[in-house]
Design a protein around this ligand. Structure first.
Ligand code: SF4
Length: 404
């Protein structure tokens, strides 16, 4: 575990943020907030994918009215996203939301900011000060000679000063930018300056996979330094992908308890007996959001697969048109190649319910090991120890280089 920066704790509905609470995953709906049923459907899908807190835009009075119906039926707390119209913040609070996000770049009148903060204070609601590199106050842009980490931090500190003038302290802050090094600098600077919880994100990261890489680069760098209390992957994709990515990142860093399958797969090589990419993708789809906190391996061959993935709870390796299932490195069963994914799901469910020892106990391990050994030997006979022909290639490279 990494030593986390100590921050004040606030609450977004029932979700605690900061002060040593688990790091929460956020996302944002893409529906019109006035479409109550459509928005709720998306919220339920997000919650199932691991989202802890969801944000909905509140850009018009119909959206605020929609929120009044959505909030009581939502399984997770709702934050209203406010830009430009401070009155929408007041309407969203009246609708019962669990928190607000204000962009200091586009609600700039101190009296408006203070009116919202006073109302939130009286209602006991938190506010995120969401500074965004793309919509920074032009005055700060000019003062700092462009978009800099210091300019973003100053924007956040200005907003905090207005909040504190009216005695409002339940705030968290984000200083997002689409440029990863800039965003990392801004968060580091902010973390040194204040003890409020921080919400991390790389804004407008774009579509996956590039968007995933950018968001992960920024968010993971900061998390590994102990900075960050909530996170969002801002992807140009179905928001369910954002929630899944956020959850998976926290699980990969050991910052949240594993809830879903951790699928590992070999990268494939000349020895592969199956299309590893296809089987791994099908397995990923089959497990999707199933609540099975197991590590499951898909390996391309029975020669190296079971050994390389011996730490996995469950795995499958291909050999001679068959799938060799193994539990904690022990061979437990052999299934036809086209039933590999189904077999993984069935064994995973058994292990989740009864544990790995019970799974090994119910298997004919001696027979499974014999079969695996047979296919392993057959493959070694057929492809040899060096399936990638690397030794042969090296000889060839040396010969070519020597000829020059
Ligand atoms: S040796 Fe087997 S398990 Fe390892 S990468 Fe190649 S196919 Fe996959």
């Amino acid at each position: 575990m990494y030593e986390r920066r100590s921050t004040r704790r606030i609450s977004v509905g029932k979700v605690p943020v900061g002060g040593g609470s688990p790091i929460s995953v956020q996302s944002m709906t893409t529906t019109k907030t006035s479409d109550v049923e459509g928005t709720l459907q998306q919220i339920y899908a997000l919650a199932a994918a691991g989202c802890d807190i969801v944000r909905c835009t509140c850009n018009e009075i119909e959206a605020a009215e929609g929120l009044a119906q959505i909030v009581p039926r939502s399984p997770i707390p709702i934050i209203a996203d406010i830009h430009h119209q401070y009155r929408m913040a007041l309407a969203a609070m009246e609708a019962g939301v669990h928190g607000l996000r204000l962009n200091p770049g586009n609600i700039r009148k101190p009296e408006h900011i203070k009116a919202v903060a006073s109302e939130a204070r009286d209602r006991g609601l938190p506010i995120r000060i969401g500074v965004n590199g793309g919509s920074l106050d032009p005055a700060l842009y000019d003062k700092h000679g462009g978009l800099t980490a210091a300019a973003m931090v100053e924007s956040a500190l200005q907003e905090i000063a207005y909040f504190e003038e009216v005695g409002f302290e339940a705030y968290k802050i984000s200083v997002k930018a689409s440029n990863v090094p800039l965003m990392v600098d801004a968060y580091r600077m902010l973390a040194d300056a204040i003890d409020a919880p921080l919400h991390l994100g790389v804004t407008e990261a774009g579509p996956p996979p590039a968007g995933l890489v950018k968001a992960t680069a920024g968010i993971a760098t900061l998390l590994l330094e102990g900075i960050g209390d909530t996170i969002r992957f801002s992807l140009t994709a179905d928001p369910v992908e954002e929630a899944r990515a956020g959850r998976q990142l926290l699980e990969a860093l050991g910052l949240r308890e594993r809830k879903n399958v951790d699928l590992i797969a070999c990268p494939s090589c000349g020895r592969a007996e199956i299309d590893v990419i296809d089987v791994a993708n099908r397995a990923m789809e089959a497990f999707a959001d199933r609540k099975l906190p197991l590590q499951i391996a898909v390996m391309g061959c029975v020669v190296n697969g079971p050994g390389e993935a011996r730490e996995a709870d469950l795995g499958i390796a291909a050999g001679n048109k068959r799938g060799h299932l193994f539990v904690k490195g022990r061979n437990v069963a052999v299934v036809p190649e086209d039933e590999m994914v189904e077999a993984l799901v069935e064994w995973a469910e058994f292990i989740n319910e009864h544990g790995t020892e019970a799974a090994i106990a119910r298997a004919d391990t001696a027979r499974a090991e014999r079969e695996a050994q047979r296919d392993r030997s057959a493959l070694l006979d057929e492809k040899g120890e060096d399936a990638n022909r690397s030794a042969e290639r090296i000889v060839e490279i040396r010969r070519t280089a020597g000829d020059e």
